[in-house]
Design a protein around this ligand. Structure first.
Ligand SMILES: N[C@@H](CCC(=O)N[C@@H](CS)C(=O)NCC(=O)O)C(=O)O
Length: 243
């Protein structure tokens, strides 16, 4: 029985998990060959009020980056991040922030704002609420509560004040930068995957594998090296998902 438990939202549509941060953590765990189990949880009951959270050695750790740092200490840098050059590490950290603290909010806006996408998300999240044991009658209320919280975050961060066109342009700039950073390498820092690949993969994966109407998806599908990179990571870490 694995001693690592990832608290999360669970798969949605064709994604490994609804949350890109959870896809990142689970992908990292697979890259590091550390067995784990997942458990559906409620973010508000967790430290920092977000998911994923990891139970490890009797501790409950929030934040995917902090969790990976703790796992890297515990398991002796399994992906060899500290063998990279200082420049590679600095660039990887910048790309991580670009995806996790900029693109993330653009993606969240598209999931939670246009009425059609919101309806698809509501239907999909019904499985999560059901898995948590929320009575069917209360699922719409739980969804509305989550949506209000997200809309407040989008206003505070600023994405919620932008037009759809501005958000798509921002997302396209970021994905083009990711494509250029990848270049013709198999992984973001060269021939072997590093921790930054868990983030790169997660944000592509959660954009490309939903039926949501997001203009950025078509722009990314027109970037063949990024599409091939997503497939390469999928085949490496999640072979059971490759047809
Ligand atoms: N920095 C955190 C971000 C996690 C995060 O933003 N999780 C979102 C889902 S993608 C969440 O649980 N949000 C719930 C909320 O804000 O109420 C990490 O890397 O784990």
């Amino acid at each position: 029985m694995p001693d690592l438990i990832v608290h999360t939202y669970g798969p949605a549509w064709n994604t490994i998990d609804l949350s890109p941060f959870s896809v990142k953590l689970q992908t990292w765990l697979r890259l590091a060959r550390l067995p784990f189990t997942t458990r559906l949880s409620i973010p508000s009951r967790m430290p920092q009020g977000k998911l994923p959270v990891l139970d490890m050695d009797g501790q409950r750790l929030p934040d995917s980056t902090a969790i990976i740092n703790a796992l890297r200490e515990r398991h002796g840098d399994p992906l060899g991040d500290w063998q990279r050059t200082p420049e590679q590490r600095a660039l990887a950290r910048a790309v991580q922030s670009m995806l996790e603290t900029d693109l993330y909010f653009t993606a969240v806006w598209w999931r939670w704002t246009p009425p059609g996408n919101q309806a698809l998300l509501r239907a999909e999240m019904a499985h999560y609420f059901q898995g948590l044991g929320v009575p069917k009658l209360f699922a719409p209320l739980a969804f509305a509560q989550a949506r209000n919280g997200i809309q407040k975050q989008l206003q505070a961060q600023g994405a919620g004040r932008k037009s759809p066109e501005e958000l798509t342009a921002n997302g396209e700039q970021i994905m083009s930068a990711l494509r250029d950073f990848l270049g013709d390498q198999p992984f973001l820092l060269g021939d072997a995957p590093a921790t930054i690949d868990a983030t790169g993969f997660a944000f592509l994966h959660t954009l490309l594998n939903t039926p949501l109407d997001i203009p950025l998806k078509a722009r990314v599908l027109a970037m063949p090296t990024l599409v091939a990179y997503h497939q390469r990571m999928l085949a490496l870490c999640w072979p059971e998902r490759v047809a």
